[in-house]
Design a protein around this ligand. Structure first.
Ligand SMILES: *Cc1c(COP(=O)(O)O)cnc(C)c1O
Length: 372
């Protein structure tokens, strides 16, 4: 937390706005709009709720398809299945580790060519800006236009990242952010849905408040959800937005530190590549090692030193619950899962923490070199 969050929360108490609405919710939405340069934002209870509502706004219904990046957190795919639609998973490309436009087009053409095998309608494309790295949005938006399929960006991990100067989450038709406890800024739990189209966000707010019709009594003509953000949590969010740029600078500095060490040691471990006019928030410092054995040996060696490193996201098409869903692409995201490792990446890592991490990795490399 920064310096102002507690004061803002105290204001929520002092004014007795302890509810899923109030001045901090409105303020947080306005500040999110301003920061992201997007016309409309709805503050919600989670990123998953934002994705779910985004899909409902695109009229996603049971039996429909949503083309979703396989290399992601389960929240992306779960939201699709809440609507009764089916996720069709797409491989990643090696540069950004995000949705591979070629595999995406292959999926669209294959599905549309064979309505017998694929009777559903494709309702949306869901790229994910994983670990804060913008996906190849030029190519994805071109395919969206060409094939007339809207784009819902899962920007849960990429708040503040930019693509050709535009904030991720505002490039497609709709974008979802998360303020869960592990994200670059947090409200402990929370999310937001953004769009340039006001009617969509207005309807998102309606659906998020149990679809209550305008009437003096409680009147309902459709199924709604309890998805609004608490005024207390929105107060935290407003304070967090004020430190977001600092957090991005801190995360990027941590990432640069790893790159520097690996280059000093002559290691060719690779990371997501920031293309021209692209800026990642480097939410997590993730690298791909030479092989799965080396990755696991390093992970265990670091765990011995009480330093937690984690494998990258396990692709959705490899998850027991989604293993029967169609998948388009090759082995890129499987390789990333097998060989990739997330290193400690917190915005609050101290110089001493970093030195301990450096020593942990250095001693692993030393031992490996001696064995070789
Ligand atoms: C965190 C996350 C979500 C879900 O957000 P919640 O706020 O935890 O519901 C969705 N997609 C990705 C890629 C995420 O990292």
């Amino acid at each position: 937390m920064g310096k102002e969050e507690l004061e803002l929360v105290q204001d929520a108490f002092a004014t007795n706005w302890i509810a899923p609405l109030g001045p901090h919710v409105n303020g947080f939405e306005e500040e999110l709009q301003e920061y992201n340069e997007v016309a409309h934002a709805a503050a919600l209870s989670s990123g998953t709720a934002a994705l779910h509502l985004g899909l409902l706004l695109l009229d996603t219904q049971p039996g429909d398809y949503v083309l979703c990046q396989s290399f992601t957190f389960c929240g992306s795919a779960n939201a699709i299945h809440y609507t009764g639609a089916e996720a069709i998973f797409i491989d990643s490309e090696s540069r950004t580790w995000n949705m591979d436009p070629q595999a995406l087009e292959d999926a669209i053409l294959t599905i549309r060519k064979d309505p017998h095998k694929y009777p559903g309608r494709i309702r949306a494309i869901m790229p994910v800006h994983l670990y804060g790295m913008p996906a190849a949005m030029d190519e994805i938006m071109a395919l969206s236009k060409k094939h007339d399929i809207p784009v819902l960006e899962d920007a849960a991990e990429s708040l503040g990242a930019t693509y050709r100067g535009q904030k991720t989450g505002t490039i497609g038709d709709l974008g979802a952010y998360s303020f869960n406890g592990n994200k670059i800024i947090t409200t402990s739990g929370g999310g937001a849905l953004v769009a340039q189209r006001g009617e969509w966000i207005e309807r998102a707010r309606f659906l998020a408040t149990q679809a209550r019709d305008p009437a003096p009594h409680y009147q309902h003509s459709e199924i709604g959800y309890n998805y609004r953000l608490s005024n207390v949590l929105a107060a935290i969010g407003r304070g967090q937005l004020r430190v977001l740029e600092d957090r991005i600078a801190q995360r990027r500095a941590v990432f640069d530190q790893y790159v520097q060490w690996f280059s000093d040691w002559g290691l060719d471990w690779t990371a997501q590549e920031e293309g021209a006019a692209v800026k990642s928030n480097r939410w997590l410092s993730a690298f791909v090692l030479h092989d799965g054995g080396e990755r696991e040996a390093l992970r265990l060696a670091m765990a011995e030193e009480n330093i937690e490193c984690r494998p990258l996201w396990k692709p959705m098409h490899m998850q027991p619950i989604f293993s029967s869903q169609p998948y388009f692409g090759g082995k890129q995201c499987e390789e990333l899962f097998e060989r990739g490792l997330c290193f400690p990446s917190g915005s609050n890592l101290t110089t001493e923490d970093l030195e301990r991490i450096r020593q942990g990795i250095a001693s692993f490399i030393d031992k490996t070199n001696k064995k070789a």
